[in-house]
Design a protein around this ligand. Sequence first.
Ligand code: 5GP
Length: 186
Amino acid sequence: MQQPDHTADVATILIPADRLQAKVAELGAVLSRDYAGRDLTLVSVLKGALPFMADLMRAMSIPVQIDLMEVSSYGGTATETSGLVRILKDLSSSIEGKDVLIVEDIIDTGLTLNYLLRYLRGKNPASLRICALLDKPARRLVDIEIDYRGFTIPDQFVVGYGLDYGEFYRNLPFIGVLKPEVYGAG
Ligand code: 5GP
């Protein structure tokens, strides 16, 4: 893939930066209320959820701890998940007896999260819930209950605010769709 031209490659801005920030503030306020007085650990999944996690934790007014995991799917392509998940980075601390909130960038087929849920449940947290910035229900293969949701989006491959195409575009401050010829060239 050639060096991308961030401005020229974007066809449509689906969710502008100010709407993202307003939603994060709203979610932070709801979570601060729901988890008041609890022992909350936010578990984020690298790399895509990094900006969301960083903004969400600062939108919360209660004490929280954070931990990070990194997973990758075996096989698949740049725009499709295969469903087989490999843990590249595991949790640093025990979550036994803690209230855990998984902070995810996007739920597409749900296969990645389904795997993570089973994995984390095995570590005996007191509770386990999901906060996803984006929900793409059109392609869901497994039924997943999303406790906190930012936006429901149509069946389009999106980039920005953590989400990549070929590891680029993660630093765009908005969620957008690239021009078809950019994906075609990948
Ligand atoms: P799932 O396992 O739910 O199909 O996919 C989860 C992962 O696939 C996400 O965490 C993300 O890394 C990737 N993914 C799914 N849909 C998109 C998309 O529209 N854009 C980008 N950049 N990644 C996506």
